[in-house]
Design a binder for this molecule. Structure first.
Ligand code: NAP
Length: 249
């Protein structure tokens, strides 16, 4: 049996669910984290188990440190020593201009897209770093092309939160480079998932996809492939890297 254990935050839907399925195919024991949609998480776990894999679903809001601690302890107890983290959970809210944003929304976006990944990365480092007696591992942060593009008139707050996540990727990669942990990032563009409905624009990928250089939006499975590459020994000399998966934009 493989010793690879991966925790995927927000693994119940979209890019996270595609990553969970592919990780199981590649031999990882998989923790599918979710916050609200228990049925979606159960579907992913059932699918992995039906194919002979090992998976658990754990409800936890990654913006809350006590819940993050409980999440990682569940992985320790039920799957064994963590070897990989995918900081995938993230969110956005209704499209608007920056001058329409209020304090409450900014607090929610920073919490989901910055605090959550920081708390999870810290918990992963305390388990995987050789400094703590761990055996090393890999972290992939799921950022966004928005960090480069700024998302004007849509969600500058979301774009800025992913910019902060990119800074964390760079800093943490250097901090733990000599401790057996690689930290890399994927920056997807327009991907067919449910996240666009949260912005009030469920048809966004179909509408904007044809305008991209490749003429289409991306599929969650296309992001999962690169995440699994960055977790795997095939990328053993890569850290602090950003892979743009945005159809040429
Ligand atoms: P999605 O379909 O909306 O799925 C989001 C996932 O995150 C769900 O599993 C959700 O769980 C979970 N989640 C949200 N907040 C959470 C929290 N506080 N704690 C734990 N889990 C939480 O989104 P997606 O499109 O797959 O996006 C995944 C990542 O890719 C995000 O970081 C997003 O910013 C990034 N991204 C997406 C696109 C795109 O076009 N889709 C482009 C660039 C980057 P519940 O369902 O239980 O709430």
């Amino acid at each position: 049996m493989s010793n690879d254990v991966v925790l995927i935050t927000g693994g119940s839907r979209g890019i996270g669910a595609a990553t969970a399925r592919l990780a199981a195919v590649r031999g990882y024991r998989v923790c599918v984290n979710f916050r609200t949609d228990e049925a979606a998480a159960a579907d992913v776990v059932d699918e992995i188990r039906a194919a002979g894999g090992t998976a658990i679903a754990v409800r936890a809001d990654v913006t809350r440190s006590a819940e993050v601690d409980r999440l990682f302890r569940a992985v320790d107890d039920e799957l064994g020593p963590l070897t990989a983290l995918v900081n995938n959970a993230g969110t956005l809210e209704k499209q608007c201009r920056l001058d329409e944003l209020d304090e409450e929304r900014l607090t929610r976006i920073w919490a989901a897209n910055i605090t959550g990944p920081f708390l999870c990365a810290g918990a992963a480092v305390r388990r995987m770093s050789t400094r703590y007696g761990g055996a090393g591992g890999a972290i992939v942060n799921v950022s966004s092309a928005a960090a480069r593009l700024g998302s004007p008139n849509e969600y500058v707050d979301y774009a800025a939160s992913k910019g902060a996540l990119d800074s964390m990727t760079t800093g943490l990669a250097l901090e733990v480079a000599a401790e057996g942990i690689r930290v890399n990032s994927v920056r997807p563009g327009l991907i067919h998932t449910g996240i666009h409905a949260l912005g009030g624009d469920p048809g966004r990928v179909d509408r904007v996809g044809p305008l991209l250089p490749m003429g289409r939006g991306g599929q969650p499975e296309e992001i999962a492939e690169t995440i699994l590459f960055l977790l795997s020994p095939a990328s053993s000399y890569t850290t602090g890297a950003f892979v743009d998966l945005a159809g040429g934009r």
